[in-house]
Design a protein around this ligand. Structure first.
Ligand code: PLP
Length: 427
C-alpha cells in the first residue's frame, strides 16, 4: 500500500517508509492512497470472527505485502492481547473500556503494533532508529512499554513537566533499557514542536521517527476496537453513535476509517475539554489553532490536533460532508466533574475524566430511542487518581500493572528548549 503526504509536496511512499519516516519530508502526515471497504458478508457475520481475525481483516490492506501474512498475524496477536468490553452504563449507553492493556490506556494498542512493525522493518539495518515522541500523558507510558527491549530502536520521550499524573510519569521514566525520558519545562505543544523541529534539522544524522498518532502504524490499529464494539453490540439492532474523547484526534479518525471500511456507525462525536479548536471549527467554519490549556483531562490538552487534517481528507475537505457524520462539542472541567458524579450516583460506574467528557458528548448530541451510544473509556481511573478520588467517594484499587512501576525511581533529563533536545540527540 502506498501513502501520500497531506501537504502533497513529497512523493508517495510505501507503508514501510511511512512507518520509518513518520512525517513526510514536506512535514505533511501520511494518508493511505486507497481505502477498500470490507465485504458486506464479513461485517454481517462479524460475530463469527475472533478479535485477531477481525484485526487482520481491518489492517491487511494498509500493510499490503510489506509484512508476510504470518508475521502480521503474530504482530496482531501480541498487540490484541487483552479484552475490550462494552460495559453498560445507562439504558442505551455503554463504555467501551480500552484500558485493560499493560499501561491501562488505549494507546497500548497503537504503540505495541507500531513497535513491532518498526522492529521488523529495521531488522536488516545496521543503523539504529531513534523514536522521538511527545506526550501529554498516556502516550509516553504506552510507547515506553510497547518499545521496551525492541531491537535496533532507541526511544526518547518528551513530556511537559508537572502536567502529567504521577502514575503516568512513573510509567515513562522508570523502565530504563532503550527508553529515555526528557522532562520539558513547558506544555505539550512545546514538546510536540521540539519533536517536529528535530525532524527538520539537517545536523541530526540519526534516523529519527515519531511514535505519535501521526505515525500510520500507531494510528491505523486503533480501528480495531470500533469493530470489537460493534461485534458486541450487533445483537441489539440499534444504530451506534460513538463519542470519542479527543485530543490529537487520532483515535476518532481511526474510527472513521473503520466506518469507511464498512462498519455501520450513525455518528461520530469528538468530545473535547476546553481545548476547543475543532468544536469551534465545526460551529464557525474557521480553523484557528490555539496554545493548549491545562485541564483535568490532560491527555486531551491539545490546541492544534495533528490528525484533524486526516479527518478532513476522509470527507474530501468538505465541511458540509463532514457535518453529516461528525459532531464535536467542548466541555469544561466543572461539567466533567459533575458528570463523573452523576454517572457514579446513577450507575455506580467510575469514569475517568476523559471518559466523562465522552459521556457528555453523547448527552449533548441527544440519542434517540433507536440509538445506542458508546463512549470510549480511554484510560483506567487509576491513571487520574487525584481527580477521581477528589471528585468521587471512592478509593481506586491499584491494579497489578501499576503497582509494578509505582515504587520505582524516576529517571529523567531536564530540557527547556530545542537546543537541549538537540544536544542530547547529537551525543
Ligand atoms: C491520548 C488520549 C486521548 C486522546 O486521543 P487522541 O487520539 O489524541 O484524540 C484521550 N484520552 C486518553 C486517556 C488519552 O491518553
Amino acid at each position: 500500500m502506498n501513502y501520500y503526504s497531506l501537504h502533497h509536496k513529497s512523493p508517495k511512499t510505501t507503508f514501510k517508509n511511512a512507518v520509518i519516516e513518520g512525517l513526510a519530508k514536506d512535514r505533511g502526515i501520511y494518508f493511505p492512497e486507497s481505502i477498500t471497504p470490507l465485504s458486506k458478508d464479513f461485517i454481517d457475520n462479524i460475530t463469527d470472527y475472533s478479535n485477531h481475525e477481525i484485526a487482520y481483516e481491518a489492517i491487511k490492506q494498509f500493510v499490503g505485502d510489506e509484512i508476510p501474512t504470518e508475521k502480521l498475524k503474530e504482530i496482531i496477536a501480541n498487540t490484541v492481547s487483552f479484552d475490550f468490553p462494552v460495559v453498560k452504563v445507562d439504558k442505551n449507553i455503554g463504555a467501551l473500556e480500552l484500558f485493560h492493556g499493560p499501561t491501562m490506556a488505549f494507546k497500548d494498542v497503537g504503540a505495541k503494533f507500531m513497535a513491532q512493525c518498526l522492529e521488523y522493518f529495521n531488522q536488516d539495518n545496521d543503523q539504529e532508529v531513534t523514536v522521538l515522541v511527545a506526550t501529554s500523558g498516556d502516550t509516553g507510558g504506552a510507547v515506553a512499554n510497547g518499545f521496551l527491549g525492541a531491537k535496533g530502536i532507541k526511544v526518547v520521550i518528551l513530556y511537559p513537566s508537572g502536567k502529567v499524573s504521577d502514575i503516568q510519569e512513573k510509567q515513562l521514566t522508570t523502565l530504563g533499557q532503550n527508553i529515555t525520558a526528557l522532562e520539558v519545562d513547558g506544555v505539550f505543544d512545546d514538546c510536540q514542536e521540539m519533536v517536529k523541529t528535530a525532524f527538520l534539522d539537517e545536523e541530526i544524522t540519526r534516523t529519527l521517527t515519531s511514535a505519535n498518532s501521526i505515525n500510520v502504524a500507531r494510528w491505523l490499529p486503533q480501528m480495531f476496537y470500533f469493530f470489537f464494539a460493534y461485534k458486541q453490540l450487533k445483537k441489539l439492532n440499534k444504530e451506534i453513535v460513538f463519542s470519542v474523547p479527543s485530543g490529537n484526534f487520532g483515535n476518532i479518525c481511526a474510527g472513521i476509517m473503520a466506518q469507511k471500511l464498512g462498519l455501520p456507525v450513525k455518528q461520530f462525536i469528538a468530545s473535547t475539554n476546553v481545548n476547543d479548536t475543532v468544536p469551534n471549527y465545526m460551529a464557525k467554519g474557521v480553523y484557528t489553532p490555539k496554545p493548549s490549556i491545562a485541564t483535568i483531562s490532560n491527555a486531551m490538552d491539545v490546541g492544534n490536533p495533528s490528525n484533524f487534517i486526516r479527518i478532513q481528507e476522509l470527507f474530501n475537505n468538505s465541511l458540509e460532508d463532514l457535518k453529516k457524520a461528525f459532531s464535536s462539542y467542548s466541555f469544561s472541567d466543572d461539567e466533567t466533574k459533575d458528570t463523573m458524579k452523576m454517572i457514579y450516583d446513577t450507575s455506580n460506574y467510575v469514569a475517568d475524566p476523559h471518559g466523562a467528557v465522552g459521556y457528555l458528548g453523547l448527552k449533548k448530541y441527544g440519542l434517540t430511542e433507536n440509538d445506542y451510544g458508546v463512549f470510549l473509556e480511554t484510560a483506567h481511573p487509576v491513571k487520574f487518581l487525584d481527580v477521581v478520588e477528589e471528585t468521587l467517594p471512592v478509593k481506586v484499587a491499584i491494579p497489578e500493572q501499576i503497582k509494578k512501576v509505582i515504587d520505582k525511581e524516576k529517571v529523567a533529563i531536564k530540557a527547556s528548549s530545542y537546543e537541549d533536545l538537540k544536544a542530547f540527540l547529537l551525543k
